[in-house]
Design a protein around this ligand. Structure first.
Ligand code: HEM
Length: 160
């Protein structure tokens, strides 16, 4: 939506302000999430039963943090390159004719697409656990028992 608004439209400044606030909020939430993840007890790692898929899951979970932080960092750098703080907060100056003249614009675009692909993979993986493996993985996001059926089976090898 933001990209479709021309930079000459006064609405664009509002859109960019909200985009900046949303992006910053996301980083704060992601940092909080990271602290909680590192400092609190959490269930044993779930398994698909395939070492390759488990490795992909391990890597993609870490990449979600990395890409969100890189997305926000590239957005903030782009904002500085384009002199946005003056326009957004002081009402001075004007938006550039096109953000693509700044080196960080393609970086922000590429990271956004990588992030979208990773989020799609994450959703597909959750559906795979839920409907193919039927291991109740999503229940770990709720209260109560925080492990998937595959972990239970591993803890009790006598069970099938
Ligand atoms: C995690 C946080 C962020 C996400 C997920 C995000 C996402 C996006 C996406 C998807 C686009 C459109 C890319 C395209 O299709 O070409 C975009 C554009 C943009 N973002 Fe962000 N962004 C974030 C943080 C920021 C921050 C903090 C700023 C600082 C102001 C910022 C500034 C911009 C600018 C200037 C554009 C270009 C708009 C245009 O070309 O008209 N972004 N962002």
């Amino acid at each position: 939506m933001l990209v479709k608004i021309p930079n000459t439209d006064p609405m664009k400044v509002d859109g960019l302000r909200q985009h900046l606030a949303g992006g910053t909020l996301l980083v704060v939430l992601m940092l909080l999430r990271l602290v909680v993840r590192v400092r609190t007890a959490h269930p044993a790692r779930a398994s698909t039963g395939s070492p390759v898929l488990d490795r992909v899951a391990w890597l993609s979970h870490r990449m979600l943090y990395v890409l969100v932080f890189c997305q926000a960092a590239s957005g903030l750098t782009l904002a500085l390159q384009a002199g946005l703080p003056d326009v957004l907060f002081d009402g001075h100056g004007a938006l550039p004719a096109d953000f693509w003249v700044f080196p960080m614009r393609p970086v922000h675009y590429v990271i956004s697409r990588l992030l979208m692909a990773l989020i799609a993979l994450h959703v597909v993986a959750a559906l795979y656990h839920t409907f193919i493996l039927r291991d109740g993985l999503l229940r770990r996001m709720w209260f109560g028992r925080r492990y998937s059926r595959i972990e239970v089976d591993r803890r009790r090898p006598d069970r099938d």
